[in-house]
Every structure is written in C-alpha cells, then in structure tokens.
Design a protein around this ligand. Structure first.
Ligand SMILES: [Zn+2]
Length: 199
C-alpha cells in the first residue's frame, strides 16, 4: 500500500531518522502531518528553520542559547561561578534546574565515553571542561546518569584534573542504578545533589 504513495514514503523515511520517535507511532505521526492545514505546516517548518538558524551553543558551558544573546547561565551574576555542575546532555541540566537546589554554573559534556558506541573523549567537551577549571572554581559536581559509562567518564575526567585544586563530587546514591536522571523525580535528584559525595 505504502509503495503506491511515494511521497508519503519519503516523509516517513525522514521521520524514521528522528531519534526517540518510536517506530510504532510512525503511521500516527505521518497521518498527523498529512492532516495539518497549509498554514500549520508553514508555521511548523518556519519554527524548525528558525530554531536551527538562531539557537547556538554557548562556547563556555555548551548549553543552547539564542544567537546574539548572552548565555543565561554564564552571564547570570546571581549564580555561583565557583561551582560547576557537569551533565551529559541538556536534558539532565533541565532536571537539575527543576530541583531549584543548584545555583552554580553548568558544563554540558555532550554524552559519555562509550567505546561500544564509538564515542571517545575527543567527541565530548572534556578538554573545554578541564580548561574551565581555573583558580576560581572550587568544585565540580558530576550529575551523571547512573551507568558504568557515566562512572568511567567521571574517572577519566578526574585523572585529567590531576594537579588542579578542585573538589570533585558526584550525586549521592539513591538514584537507582542504570537510571536516567530524566525519569527520576525532582525531590530525589535534589536530595542526591544536596548529599553529594566526594569522588
Ligand atoms: Zn554558558
């Protein structure tokens, strides 16, 4: 049936490349787009293009920011620049922000070291993090997902920090092993942050 609809097939091929979009939902998502009126489709495409053109990474903390705007974290004078929370991705940053328990700066690594998935230290913002650790930085709090890769990444970075006087801490246990911070409730993450342990 789909073979007789080449344009639908083409749309689905693009949708299939969207990560986190379950393949079982593919037909529903395709139908949703086909039913949108022209104006909504225009708005959708415009929003996508605008976001792509105007959203960039802060070159210090690697958090998304609007182009030509100052980073809302790095330039916020009310935040404590002596403590940096290191996260894997932007999602974990949002989780930490939701706890309202952290008022320092952030550093987004862009993932974890994972030889199986072909991700090495050079693919992450590790050198940039080490370079940020100057005399004004007292503590790095690693808020990683509780996975072996997350732990190995912290160990790798801790070795790189050798010779620098900075405290390295991790979220307290209490976050289930193997879990993604995104799916842990706000209070548990806030508590794990408050009870963080030295690495
Ligand atoms: Zn920044």
């Amino acid at each position: 049936m789909i073979d007789r609809l080449p344009t639908v097939k083409k749309l689905m091929r693009h949708l299939q490349q969207v990560p986190f979009l379950a393949s079982k939902n593919m037909y529903r998502v395709t139908s949703y787009f086909l039913q949108l009126d022209d104006e909504r489709i225009e708005q959708f495409c415009r929003a996508l293009k605008e976001a792509k053109a105007r959203v960039v990474l802060c070159q210090a903390c690697f958090v998304w920011q609007e182009q030509n705007e100052q980073c809302s974290f790095c330039f916020d004078k009310s935040r404590d620049s002596s403590i940096i929370c290191v996260v894997e991705t932007w999602h974990e940053l949002l989780v930490i922000e939701r706890t309202e328990a952290f008022r320092g700066l952030y550093h987004v690594l862009g993932g974890v070291i994972s030889p199986l998935e072909g991700v090495g230290p050079k693919d992450l913002k590790i050198e940039e993090l080490v370079a940020r650790v100057t005399s004004g930085v007292v503590e790095l709090v690693f808020a990683m997902n509780q996975t072996p890769e997350g732990e190995a990444t912290v160990a790798f970075i801790a070795r790189k920090l050798h010779g620098k006087t900075v405290k390295v801490s991790c979220l307290a246990k209490g976050i289930p092993i193997g879990s993604n911070l995104e799916f842990v409730d706000r209070l548990t993450v806030g508590k794990a942050l408050a009870d963080r342990k030295l690495f």
